[in-house]
Design a protein around this ligand. Structure first.
Ligand SMILES: NC(=O)c1ccc[n+]([C@@H]2O[C@H](COP(=O)([O-])OP(=O)(O)OC[C@H]3O[C@@H](n4cnc5c(N)ncnc54)[C@H](OP(=O)(O)O)[C@@H]3O)[C@@H](O)[C@H]2O)c1
Length: 263
């Protein structure tokens, strides 16, 4: 008997999302894969249904557009005939640059995608899961959730929201037997940095960089094992987050700016 009846993964067309889908497929009766790149989703759906015999449904949806998160939720219930019992809110984007120069329209899309859509899908899932008294939500935050990010100011702020919101609803949800997890990866080898407009990575990012497979493996182990609820893949990232608790925030912001400003 597979553990999850219906898994919904946003941002499944590449990177961490694709690898999470591959690792969850053996444990799911049905999976819904969401992203904008239809062909990639369709190829992954064929791969997963062939290997694991799960029902895999690709759904194209732009979650940076207001109103689409609600539409997606309705579409999932309509297509699958049930609401998800595992939601992985993974879709996200970043943007590098001086805040005075970066295009506002991209930052507005980022806030809708990284914050509003994640919040709406979590809330809709929580409503159903708390009534059923079971279910799991994983929200993809970042180690950037723990500190400010000069030259990626809006992105880091969106991830601070994700961690704070996730910890808050986790506390509410555990009274109903629902688990809410924050996945906080450090720098990971995916398309993320190129899409965000990074010219090249800093030496520090290269030093602590993980593979997407390692991050996904750590995430899925947490889902299946039932702990921990704040998942920081990699010992270097864990040490970094521990140490920065003892450093004044303005110093952390200064150091973070040094790492992120790649010249
Ligand atoms: N890579 C890192 O260093 C790192 C570190 C910490 C946290 N994270 C977080 O990890 C998550 C996954 O990122 P990744 O590293 O795997 O990067 P990625 O390979 O660029 O994946 C991003 C995923 O989000 C989807 N997405 C982007 N814009 C979307 C939109 N408007 N509507 C729907 N889906 C959208 C993309 O699909 P489409 O393009 O097909 O829409 C893609 O599947 C993100 O939340 C990111 O913030 C990444």
């Amino acid at each position: 008997m597979k553990r999850y009846q219906c898994v919904l993964i946003t941002g499944a067309s590449s990177g961490i999302g694709t690898e999470i889908a591959r690792r969850l497929a053996p444990h799911a009766e049905a999976i819904v894969l969401v992203g904008r790149r239809t062909e990639r989703l369709a190829a992954l759906a064929t791969e997963l249904s062939t290997h694991y015999g799960s029902e895999v449904v690709p759904l194209t949806c732009d979650l940076s557009q207001e109103g689409n998160a609600e539409k997606l939720w309705e579409m999932v219930i309509q297509k699958m005939g049930k609401a998800p019992d595992l939601l992985v809110n993974n879709a996200g984007m970043g943007l590098y640059g001086e805040t005075s120069d970066t295009p506002l329209h991209k930052e507005k899309s980022m806030v809708t995608l990284n914050v509003a859509s994640l919040m709406i899908l979590s809330k809709l899932a929580l409503k159903v899961m708390s009534a059923r008294r079971q279910g799991v939500i994983m929200n993809v935050a970042s180690i950037g959730s723990f500190h400010p990010g000069p030259y990626m100011s809006v992105y880091y702020a969106t991830k601070a929201f994700v961690l704070s919101y996730t910890e808050a609803i986790a506390e509410e949800a555990h009274h109903y037997g629902v688990r809410v997890i924050a996945l906080c990866p450090g720098s990971t080898q995916t398309d993320f940095h190129a899409t965000a407009g990074a010219q090249r990575k800093s030496n520090f990012c290269k030093f602590s960089q993980s593979t997407q497979a390692f991050v996904a493996e750590t995430a899925v182990l947490s889902i299946l094992n039932g702990y921990p609820d704040i998942v920081i893949p990699g010992w270097k990232n864990k040490v970094l987050i521990f140490i920065e608790r003892f450093i004044p925030r303005f110093v952390v912001a200064f150091l973070s700016g040094k790492v992120l400003k790649v010249e």
